[in-house]
Design a protein around this ligand. Structure first.
Ligand SMILES: Cc1cc2nc3c(=O)[nH]c(=O)nc-3n(C[C@H](O)[C@H](O)[C@H](O)COP(=O)(O)O)c2cc1C
Length: 174
């Protein structure tokens, strides 16, 4: 099965997962900014990974907007975020980002990435500073919010290669 992994990553967490997946599946690896939909026609399995930004999957529209021309392809999408890898978080991201019809066509995974403020570009630094202020002003901070605040001081990296096992198993079953 001819496979491609496309990724959109700012600070490298999604890129790391994309590289691991491409290596394990012996797939081609493309960066989102260098990819156009025509390049994808030669593949049987298309895997897209983008990081979570305000609950949305960055860059995912390259797949969602073109589903009508990718009807003969198998499609996997994964996202990475700072949030813990919990079932309810996975469900929330899936419902926020995909219609029921899209969910039928797309196999979806969430992998915990990390957070490194210093590696963000200026617009994202500004957004994340606003988000930090919002958490700081919240009197009843959740454990996840407390963890997130700590990550502004000390970058966190939760990437683990074993997180991709389920995705690999699914891809190899196609
Ligand atoms: C502007 C912005 C918004 C973010 N929003 C979320 C979010 O809603 N949920 C989450 O879990 N992580 C969020 N994050 C954290 C990133 O998704 C996380 O750091 C991700 O692993 C980064 O991957 P990358 O380095 O490949 O871009 C956000 C980060 C930025 C910069």
């Amino acid at each position: 099965m001819k496979t491609v992994v496309i990724y959109k990553s700012i600070s490298g967490f999604t890129k790391k997962y994309a590289e691991w997946i491409a290596e394990e599946l012996k797939a081609d690896l493309l960066e989102y900014k260098n990819t156009n939909i025509d390049q994808l026609r030669i593949y049987d399995l298309i895997i897209f990974g983008g990081s979570l930004h305000a609950a949305g999957i960055s860059g995912v529209n390259i797949i969602k907007k073109n589903l009508h021309i990718l009807t003969d392809k198998k499609i996997i999408i994964f996202t990475t975020g700072a949030s813990p890898q919990r079932e309810e978080i996975f469900d929330e991201i899936k419902q926020n980002n995909f219609t029921p019809e899209e969910q039928e066509k797309i196999q979806f995974y969430y992998f915990r990435g990390g957070f490194d403020y210093n590696k963000l570009n200026l617009p994202n630094k500004i957004l994340m500073t606003l988000f930090k202020w919002k958490i700081q002003h919240n009197r009843n901070k959740s454990p996840d919010e407390i963890g997130m605040l700590a990550a502004y001081e000390n970058p966190m990296d939760f990437t683990k290669k074993e997180n991709i096992d389920k995705l690999l198993k699914y891809a190899n079953s196609l």
